[in-house]
Design a protein around this ligand. Structure first.
Ligand code: PLP
Length: 393
C-alpha cells in the first residue's frame, strides 16, 4: 500500500494555530484585557428571516408523505438552479440551466474540479492567495507557477505573455487582499486564456460585496469568458451560509478542450462522487434569491461594508497604505514602520488588544502586510479603531 506522497509536499499551516497560541498566552498573562478579533473570515450576523422561513417550511414538508424527499438530483433541484439562472439574468448574463451546478460551498468545488483536468497541466496561482488553490494542486502533484501580487500592481497581477499556463486561478474581490479586477483587466485575462488554450477558475465568492458598477461581478460579463472560464460562487459570505453550506459552480457548455465538453466531464464527476445538497438547505438558498431575501441579505452586506468603511477611514487618517474595504469585506494594509507581519501582529495585540491576520500566512508577497476583516460587530470595530488610532508608529 502506498500513500499519496504528494501530501508530504504540503506545507504545514501554522498561521491560525500560531495566532491562537499567541492570543491565549497574552490572555493568560493579562486576563482583564478585552481582546477584539478582526482576523476572522467568518460571518457573524444570523441567517435572514426569508431563509429561516423557507427552511422551516421545508422541514415540515419533509415530515409529510407527499413532501418527503430522498436523494435529490446531484447537480441541484431545478427550483434553485432556475433561481441562480434568474439571478445571473438580472445582471445581464444568460446561462443555460444545465450549466449551473449546486454545491455544498465553493471550497469543495474548487478542490474537486481538479478531477477533470490532467496532471501535466501547469497551474498559475497569484501570491498571496486563498490557500485552497495551492494545496489542492500540491495534493495532485501539479506544477505551480506563482504570479506576484504586490504594491506595484495594487495586488492585481496581469498575465505575462512569456508564461505558459494551462489552469489559471483568479479571485475577485480577492481574499486576502480585497482587491477587485475591473472589466478591462479581466478582458486581458480572458484573451490570454483563449490564446493559450487555458482555463480560468474564477472564484467570485465575494461578488455580492461589489457596489461599484465599474467592477464585474461575474467573469461572464466579459466577452469570450464562456469559452475559457468556470465560475465558483458561494452563499457563505453573501447570505451567512458558512455553517449552512451552499454554493454553485457554472460550467458553460461552450467550454471544449481536446474535443471534450468540460460541462459533461463535471456532470459525470458530480453524479459519480457527490449526492447533492440537502433539500432543506436548497430551499433556504432559493429564498436568498427572492425579492425579500435579496433585500435582507443586502442589509447584512451593507452592515459589513460600513464596518469596512470605518476601518478604511481610520487607516487613511493614519496614512497607512491599504487596498480593499470598498467592494470587499477584507482590508489589506502595509505594516507601518517596515514592521514584519508578525511584529505588527504582536504590536497590535499588545498595545491595542486587537487581533488580525499576518499577510505572510497567504504567501511570500504577504510579508510586511496584514489582513483585517469587517465581519465583526459594529461596536467592536469602533472600539478597535479607536484603540488603533491612538497608536504611535
Ligand atoms: N473562496 C474564497 C476566496 C474564500 O475566501 C472562501 C472562504 O473563506 C471560499 C472560497 C470558501 O467558501 P465556502 O464556504 O463556500 O466553501
Amino acid at each position: 500500500m502506498q500513500i499519496n506522497r504528494n501530501y508530504l509536499n504540503l506545507q504545514e499551516s501554522y498561521l491560525f494555530s500560531t495566532i491562537s497560541r499567541k492570543v491565549s498566552e497574552y490572555k493568560s498573562k493579562y486576563p482583564e484585557k478585552e481582546i477584539i478579533r478582526l482576523g476572522i473570515g467568518d460571518v457573524t450576523l444570523p441567517l435572514c428571516e426569508a431563509v429561516i422561513n423557507a427552511m422551516e417550511a421545508a422541514v415540515l414538508e419533509m415530515g409529510t408523505q407527499q413532501g418527503f424527499r430522498g436523494y435529490g438530483p446531484e447537480q441541484g433541484y431545478d427550483f434553485l438552479r432556475l433561481a441562480v439562472r434568474d439571478y445571473y439574468t438580472s445582471r445581464g448574463v444568460t446561462l443555460q440551466d444545465n450549466e449551473i451546478f449546486i454545491s455544498d460551498g465553493a471550497k469543495s468545488d474548487l478542490g474537486n474540479i481538479l478531477d477533470i483536468f490532467g496532471l501535466d497541466n501547469t497551474v498559475l496561482i497569484p501570491d498571496p492567495v486563498y490557500p485552497v488553490y495551492v494545496d489542492t494542486n500540491i495534493m495532485a502533484g501539479r506544477q505551480i507557477i506563482y504570479m506576484n501580487a504586490n504594491e506595484e500592481n495594487s495586488f492585481l497581477p496581469m498575465p505575462d505573455k512569456e508564461v505558459k499556463a494551462d489552469i489559471i486561478y483568479l479571485c475577485s474581490p480577492n481574499n486576502p487582499t480585497g482587491a477587485v479586477y475591473n472589466k478591462s483587466q479581466l478582458k486581458v485575462w480572458v484573451d490570454y486564456a483563449l490564446s493559450h488554450n487555458a482555463v480560468i477558475l474564477f472564484d467570485s465568492a465575494y461578488e455580492a460585496f461589489i457596489q461599484d458598477k465599474e467592477f464585474p461581478r461575474s467573469i461572464y460579463e466579459i466577452d469570450g469568458a464562456k469559452q475559457c472560464a468556470i465560475e465558483f460562487c458561494s452563499l457563505s459570505k453573501t447570505a451567512g451560509f458558512t455553517g449552512t453550506r451552499c454554493g454553485y459552480t457554472i460550467v458553460p457548455n461552450e467550454l471544449v478542450y481536446e474535443n471534450m465538453s468540460l460541462n459533461k466531464l463535471w456532470f459525470r464527476r458530480q453524479t459519480t462522487k457527490f449526492n447533492g445538497v440537502p433539500y432543506i438547505i436548497q430551499r433556504g438558498a432559493e429564498a436568498v434569491f427572492t425579492e425579500e431575501g435579496q433585500k435582507q441579505i443586502k442589509e447584512n452586506i451593507k452592515y459589513y461594508l460600513e464596518n469596512a468603511k470605518i476601518i478604511s477611514e481610520t487607516l487613511s487618517d493614519m496614512r497607512i497604505w491599504f487596498v480593499g474595504g470598498e467592494n470587499s469585506p477584507y482590508i489589506w494594509l502595509k505594516c507601518p514602520n517596515d514592521m514584519t507581519s508578525w511584529e505588527f501582529f504582536d504590536y497590535l495585540l499588545e498595545t491595542a488588544n486587537v487581533v488580525g491576520t499576518p499577510g505572510e500566512g497567504f504567501g511570500k508577497n504577504g510579508k510586511g502586510f496584514f489582513r483585517l476583516t469587517s465581519f465583526g460587530k459594529r461596536e467592536d470595530i469602533i472600539t478597535a479603531m479607536k484603540r488603533i488610532s491612538n497608536l504611535q508608529f
